[in-house]
Design a protein around this ligand. Structure first.
Ligand code: ADP
Length: 357
């Protein structure tokens, strides 16, 4: 096993810079996830680590070895792709064994390793089948099995779950996490799915337009996003963003004004008249049922017109129009309130959770 270090990696395709200023180090045994919208450069970074892409400049180390000029097959990394890339004419057992045969590993060791890997991925009963006789989930487990059997220093996974249906994706995600806990192999995982990133990663690297936006533990990045792109990318439903103007008492949002306690104003330290984007997560908004009697909370109330009411069992997702703006505010509220589309609703914002961009 080994750490993976990228120093100022850049990759240009003709005149287009796909990635630049890419610097991070995945410590030995950790599971890091590269996440960001399509086209932000995730796969290019992963393929550069694998040796399938050559960096235009910068340095890549696996362990202490500079890898820039070392061909892919000598890098001791195993990559798993979205489309499984299994050999169709080989059985499951042959597919899992393939990488070991190429390395001329002893046949007895290969047989033992295939059996162990098959057991850990519940593939024991499928070893004689061909890929086309398997479901998508099973095929992906074989692709993982092939990577695991090689016992590489580093796993590189490129959207490995995105061809699976929702239930299977959740199950396989949990299996992947268990597998990593068991094997402890340094892993770099690419996804555009923020749920996968949040649930799997020791650390996430958020990318946008070929550059790193933020690196941190998932919860840390969720709680302290460095910018608006990250704030709205992580979280489902996403963080609400409302254009507002800072007054010297709070914020004007469309036709309404919300007052901010002095401590929060001091923390924000804004100049009156400054236009800002206010961010608030859907779980930090509550339905205010007792508007007239709750004087202590009246300051942070916002009136909305309900456009969408979606009962989700444990909670209700509502979307409300904020008068004087084009904002459709998302909120996740208690299922005990009886709400209908068209209601005029007073919502309370938890101002401790307010972000200002
Ligand atoms: P992601 O994996 O985040 O979707 P990619 O790493 O695949 O993003 O792509 C990053 C950028 O680099 C995109 O703008 C893409 O069009 C460009 N790109 C990737 N590979 C090539 C290539 N072989 N030739 C030209 N442009 C490429």
């Amino acid at each position: 096993m080994a750490n993976v270090r990228l120093e100022d990696i850049k990759r240009r395709f003709n005149n287009v810079t796909a990635i630049e200023d890419i610097t991070f180090e995945v410590p030995d045994g950790e599971f890091w996830v590269l996440v960001g919208p399509s086209g932000c450069g995730k796969s290019t970074i992963l393929r550069t680590i694998a040796g399938l892409e050559t960096a235009t400049s910068g340095k890549l180390y696996i362990g202490d070895t500079l890898m820039n000029d070392i061909p892919a097959r000598q890098r001791d990394v195993a990559m798993v792709f979205q489309n499984y890339a299994l050999y169709p004419h080989m059985t499951v057992a042959e597919n899992i064994a393939f990488g070991l045969q190429m390395r001329q590993v002893d046949r007895k060791i290969i047989r033992e390793r295939v059996e162990t890997v098959a057991r850990s991925l519940s593939l024991e009963n499928l070893l004689d089948r061909k890929p086309k006789q398997l479901s998508g989930g099973q095929q992906q487990r074989v692709a993982l099995g092939r990577a695991i059997a090689r016992q590489p220093q580093v796993f590189l996974l490129d959207e490995p779950l995105s061809n699976l249906d929702a239930q299977l994706r959740d199950d396989t995600r949990a299996e992947l996490k268990q597998l990593h806990a068991q094997l402890g192999v340094t892993t770099v995982y690419v996804t555009h799915d923020q749920v996968e990133a949040m649930t799997l990663a020791d650390k996430i690297v958020v990318l946008n337009r070929g550059k790193i936006q933020q690196i941190g533990a998932p919860q840390e990045v969720y709680a302290h996003p460095a910018n608006q792109m990250i704030a709205t990318f992580l979280g489902n439903p996403p963080m609400n963003i409302m254009p507002a103007i800072y007054t010297n008492q709070g914020f004007q949002i469309g036709e309404q004004h919300i007052f901010c306690p002095i401590e929060i104003q001091q923390k924000l330290n804004l100049a009156p008249g400054k236009p800002v984007d206010l961010g608030i997560r859907p779980e930090c908004i509550y339905v205010n049922e007792l508007l007239s009697s709750q004087n202590n909370t009246r300051d942070s109330l916002l009136t909305t017109h309900l456009k969408v009411v979606e009962p989700l069992g444990r909670e209700i997702l509502i979307k409300g129009n904020v008068p004087g703006t084009s904002v459709l505010l998302n909120a996740q509220v208690s299922p005990n309130v009886n709400l209908r589309v068209g209601d005029r609703l007073s919502l309370q914002l938890d101002l401790d959770c307010l972000f200002v961009f």
